[in-house]
Design a binder for this molecule. Sequence first.
Ligand SMILES: Cc1cc2nc3c(=O)[nH]c(=O)nc-3n(C[C@H](O)[C@H](O)[C@H](O)COP(=O)(O)OP(=O)(O)OC[C@H]3O[C@@H](n4cnc5c(N)ncnc54)[C@H](O)[C@@H]3O)c2cc1C
Length: 487
Amino acid sequence: MSQPPTPGSPVLPVPPKIVKRLSGIVGETHVITDPDRLLVYESDGLTAYRVTPRAVVLPASTDEVARVVEILHAEGIEVVPRGAGTGLSGGALATENGVVVGMARMNRILEIDPENRLARLQPGVVNAHLTEATRPHGLYYAPDPSSQSTCTLGGNVAENSGGPHCLKYGVTSRYVTGLTVVLAGGRVVQLGGAGGARHASLDLVGLFVGSEGCFGIATEIEVRLLPLAQGVRTLLGIFETMEDAGRAVTAIMASGLMPAAIEIVDQATIRALEASVFAAGYPVDAGAALVVEFDGTEAGLDADADRAEKCCLAEGAREVQRATEPEHRAALWTARKKAFGAMGRIAPDLLVQDATVPRTKLPEVLVRIAQIGESYDIKIANVFHAGDGNLHPNLLFDRQNASELERVEHASKEIMKLCVEVGGTITGEHGVGIDKRDYMPLVHNETELEMLRSVKELFDPDGLFNPGKVLPSRAAPGSESPAGMTS
Ligand SMILES: Cc1cc2nc3c(=O)[nH]c(=O)nc-3n(C[C@H](O)[C@H](O)[C@H](O)COP(=O)(O)OP(=O)(O)OC[C@H]3O[C@@H](n4cnc5c(N)ncnc54)[C@H](O)[C@@H]3O)c2cc1C
């Protein structure tokens, strides 16, 4: 981990004449320079890193974003886009020369088009609010990050976010059909649109999705909606060990079933949850629990649930419960989605790791992650999207304890190497940001990294959008690994 500067006042305040010009565009109250108010923006969900921005600007329209970016870039000031700040890889972390441009005021759903199953919205719309607004039309927005009650569509686009139900339905990139983007210097472009009908050549929308705030700012987003499922069946498989639960995941998928979601929670997580306000009846003596869900047309759902139950029992589940009441199902999901919050009961700080491995490797990898935790004397709790092989080992620590922070860093790096070794990769959905930047050479050689840098340079030739994220610095001539690579 890089050493963040001391939190507090920005290192380089924005000159008053620039503040005045920015205020002229967005209004004085929407330019934040007071150090106390800036503290809110000093980190995102990756709380081990903290940098106070030089200022925060909160525009309300594409035109305002474009004019703000034009002024800042003309002054050589870096721009860090920010949604709700729930990112877990440090993507929205300010840079020392940076001004944060926040999307909180751009939170309007502009159009719902039920006939074409599309919605057009501003980037600050909260993920769950979109489904609430489209439900009366019998439609919903499928990607459902566990943070969906808070995170924004702009952040989802930038991170190409997933969620429990992305096992069946796919991640954000599958749903974004058009974007309005403010590029470097304040230029505005329209990419795609109207359900993809306006595509003429290369998929520039696809290129932008997952760009982690490094290419520009999405100021309008068009997404595809899906019809609400007719029926749903939710199972809770209870296991003595994580290994058994991991094998059951493979068995369910290998049997040809297509669940909407398969999530694992381990014992440490269950105990934290059940002691919290999110308690939902997960048995605290279980080694692990699987939440398995099927949805779609009613016909066939019971048969699918029966087959999944058999797979769980064959792999050693001691019991498989059915959440037949909507309230029970909702409680199981709320608990699952609030698990990271409940872990505050175990330790004051949490590093949520995110990596993907082939599903068949889950049992082996889970055992090895537990060993890594023991060898560094770090508590690790697991709660993750098992059906996708998308692991979230949660490393619990106290950042006031310098030695523990250092051990977390080592353990985290070993987990990343392990996941790559078994054929996986360094992120499933939380992005690279600053946290995984130095792990990029584990999965890309220098030629590939150079290609990625060239793509960024096309969008952002002067490197003024979210610099220092995602891409490690170029390797020193004659050296194998990029600067900053510490493994
Ligand atoms: C409890 C919890 C559970 C989570 N569960 C999941 C999960 O299940 N699946 C998942 O994928 N993630 C999950 N996350 C991570 C996080 O919520 C997602 O990455 C989310 O998409 C971030 O959205 P945000 O609005 O908070 O973005 P921020 O954190 O503010 O920003 C994230 C990145 O997007 C960029 N950005 C933001 N807005 C824009 C814009 N308009 N244009 C260009 N770039 C922009 C930022 O610069 C930054 O790089 C979870 C986080 C928490 C805290």
